[in-house]
Ligand binder design. Structure first.
Ligand code: NAD
Length: 378
């Protein structure tokens, strides 16, 4: 069983395996090959991988060509997919909802592609939940990035020279990232409030010591979709929510937005007019920027400063915590791969009827097989 690990270093500092998981794959009966330099962004040297038993390969095409399993952080390019053996298992975060997702290429190459972000949120799959492992770190990092750009301090300080008030931080979207942002902001001494459209979020927000701010009408009470995800709210609800946010935001020093709806563009929650009400020196972080953004004027990969001196951070990425993120991501992948291996035969034994496999498998035997994206190729 040959396992190939691709480098994502052109786009992402994370890596899909670590020396720890390389050793574990060897114990499962796998032989790991890794593209040289793959761990550089996460602080893992090629030699560390070699010491763990991996074989170094100079380029992506050579690393995948004999592999039974290909591991990556993000979806591999078309050229790399076409270089895989038909029947090879390719596992990554595939971003399958994007129009340019390349599912046709994966199907016609005959690979079995798996999208880790489609892992069901069930107890058995918790150790494989990349959305949670990565969002948790993103939420933490958003607060660190905001505080680095903020020119005041976060905690209240009583000094001989006078009292410094605590910073006010507002977190929009209290899923995994938002809850970690709340916890981190609280640890740093800020006064924290948060909003979400899911009723279950209220108790979670309050249990972290933050104030919950939301329109709690009948639509809100019924807003949780299956799997615990948010629904897209009606225009009327969005208008009421915008009004509430508009009055709250002017009193905030830092706003962190994390609101997402699976498969839909991110809801616009903060307008230019709202940002205009914030004091100069205030900071906003848009963690949904890659999905179209929750904040008007945010730009992916950049910090935008408005004419009034408010900063909008669009470059708070998971790559800034690449070492920790890679550790957790690599363990998530290992947990999933280990369910597909028959250890007594040191070989692959995929149960195609397993819920974890069915939920994440995009393509197989030349077709797009996932019900959300299925279509036969011409
Ligand atoms: P997500 O990344 O899809 O979205 C982030 C948050 O934004 C969500 O809380 C969502 O409700 C919120 N949101 C969406 N539209 C909004 C709007 N207009 N205004 C304000 N907030 C808005 O969410 P996530 O972090 O992946 O979590 C989704 C759910 O899955 C949560 O209920 C979470 O507790 C649950 N979860 C379960 C497990 C498990 O059971 N293993 C693991 C992780 C998460």
């Amino acid at each position: 069983m040959h396992i190939a690990v691709l480098s994502d270093k052109m786009t992402d500092a994370r890596v899909a395996a670590t020396p720890e998981t390389v050793r574990k794959y060897e114990t499962l009966g796998g032989k790991v090959s890794i593209q040289g330099g793959a761990g550089g962004g996460a602080g893992i040297a090629d030699k560390d991988f070699e010491d763990a038993g991996a074989r170094l390969v100079p380029d992506a095409i050579s690393v995948v060509k004999d592999a039974d399993i290909v591991l990556a952080v993000n979806r591999p390019s078309g050229d790399v997919i076409r270089a895989c053996k038909p029947g090879a298992i390719v596992i990554a975060t595939m971003d399958p909802h994007r129009p340019e997702a390349g599912l046709d290429i994966m199907a016609s190459a005959g690979v079995s592609a798996f999208a880790m972000e489609l892992m069901p949120r069930i107890t058995r799959a918790q150790a494989m939940d990349v959305l949670s492992s990565q969002a948790n770190l993103s939420g933490y990092r958003a607060v660190i990035d905001a505080s680095a750009e903020f020119t005041r301090s976060l905690p209240m300080m009583m000094t001989a020279a006078g009292t410094v008030p605590a910073a006010q931080i507002f977190v929009m979207g209290a899923g995994v990232a938002g809850l970690q942002a709340i916890a981190t902001a609280r640890r740093l001494g800020a006064v924290v409030s948060a909003t979400d459209v899911r009723p279950a979020a209220k108790e979670q927000v309050e249990s972290l010591g933050a104030r919950f701010v939301a329109i709690e009408d009948d639509e809100f009470k019924a807003a949780e979709a299956s799997g615990g995800y948010a629904k897209e709210m009606s225009k009327e609800y969005q208008a009421k929510q915008a009004e509430l946010v508009a009055t709250h935001i002017g009193r905030q020093d830092i706003v962190i937005t994390t609101a997402l709806i699976p498969g839909r563009p991110a809801p616009k929650l903060v307008t230019q007019a709202m940002i205009e009400t914030m004091r100069a020196g205030s900071v906003l972080v848009d963690l949904a920027v890659e999905r179209g953004g929750n904040i008007e004027g945010s730009k992916a990969g950049e910090i935008v400063t408005t004419a009034r001196g408010v900063k909008i951070i669009g470059n708070s990425t998971i790559s800034k915590v690449a070492a920790t993120a890679s550790n957790l991501y690599a363990r998530n992948l290992y947990s999933f791969v280990s369910t597909m291996v028959d250890q007594s035969k040191s070989g692959l034994a995929v149960d195609w009827d397993d819920e974890l496999v069915k939920s994440t498998n995009l393509t197989r035997d030349g077709a797009i097989v996932h019900p959300a994206f299925a279509k036969a190729l011409p």
